[in-house]
Design a protein around this ligand. Sequence first.
Ligand code: BYC
Length: 482
Amino acid sequence: MSMVPVDYDGLIPNNVALGSDVRVKRALEKWHPGYIGWWMDMGPEGFQNALVYLRTAIGVDPKGWAKFDYVRMPEYRWGILLAPQREARKIPFGSHKGEDAWQEVPGEYRAMLRRLVVIQGDTEPASVEQQRHLGKTAPSLYDMRNLFQVNVEEGRHLWAMVYLLQKYFGTDGREEAEALLQRRSGDPDSPRMLGAFNEKTPDWLSFFMFTYFTDRDGKMQLEALAQSGFDPLSRTCRFMLTEEAHHMFVGETGVTRVIQRTCEAMKEAGISDPYEIDKVRKLGVIDLPTVQKKANMHFSLTLDLFGNEISTNAANAFHAGLKGRFREDRLKDDHELEGGTYPVLRLIDGQVKNDDAPALSALNMRLRDDYVADCQVGVDRWNKVIAEAGIPFAIKLPHVAFHRHIGEFSRTNADVDGNILSPAEWTHRRTDFLPSAADKDFIESLMQPQFETGKFASWIAPPKVGIDNKPGDFEYVKIADA
Ligand code: BYC
């Protein structure tokens, strides 16, 4: 592996020798003010002057790649960092399997590759936009810091994709880089590209669910793109995955702490029935059935991000060697999939049934299956907390047919167990599965800021350990400076 040291002196920290690449350096320096303008307009609202204890990537060595310090977010050093180049790397799958990995864009796949990079890039600023109001209702300075850490790193991931566009795609790459700063989450005229990134993240439970479920789609897609035969994309995604792990940690532990606080409060009050919702809510904590509804919402919205179960786009991207499967390099088959099949859940004669489809066409389905298995691991950990408290309740991932807007099940309505409902039944029962207006109002009523050092809002337990091993009373955000 060859490791290029990170150049930290210029405007844009990087390990891609930007100093000797005048054209790309100029293009990125030209893009920079627009990015800062976007960050000031659409980044965390009300805290741009606060000093935040953030980690910044300063290298790509798995040991010691980041340093922690107080930073004002607009001064964060957003850099371009690629994982080290693997010498003599070969294209690991598809029709070019075994050929040397591409260091330049293969002409015949240019449009397909650009589309993948643009879609990936579009999600990054979208999530910052979705989360921009949350600082004001942070349940602690610890959580506020984690939110801002996720936000600045999503900003860096946008830089990562913009670098690829500027370096490898010429004029149209530059235009796409501009357009990434123009679209806005939820804007009716110029929305973000994928559905879930135009939804609101109205409260902190949604933020934790988003970072658990939706950032995990990020993990799966980045793992698939990290396999790419286009080496710069592979290297970029490999390093992004290092940062992504913290985002899912924030989500998983965030939900765990919500559940833990609810269970503790129920035990203290002698309530063992999780469905005594009014009584539980009076304790200032979020009842478990509402936590379940939020999970239903974010899981189902995220499943849509895997696209159609049967997809020619996915088949073409694999065949071309651009987008692989989850951890392709650990799979034991021919990595070409020309003759194989894969079972796909479909709606056949009004029933949900497995149907074998050509493996190449079913790649979105396969990635989604891997995703569901990955989601279940954290859900099991949440359920351990509930079981240890002796409360008869378990969080369940809803059926993949539930509440879908893309793919096979978008044509129907299913309940959380996958039973098909008539439109009237769906309308009648919708709020049994998804948060009702009253549920949303209740959660909103709890979203009161807790900015005192070392204190936490009523509805969430403190973390087991601090960030960077800091003690419980550490001032993660110095708001006084805001
Ligand atoms: N919303 O052939 P199909 C992350 C479109 S998250 C709207 O089934 P394909 C992050 C589709 O574009 C990871 N439209 O689709 C997380 C296509 O349109 P065109 C982001 C949708 O291409 C948290 C048409 O429907 N990265 O990083 O097989 C915070 C036919 O679709 C949707 C990626 O997704 C939708 N949900 O699969 C921050 C990786 N789904 O082209 C960041 C790159 C489908 O016919 N993207 N459509 O006009 C891809 O690999 C694929 O584009 C998709 C879709 C998996 C998204």
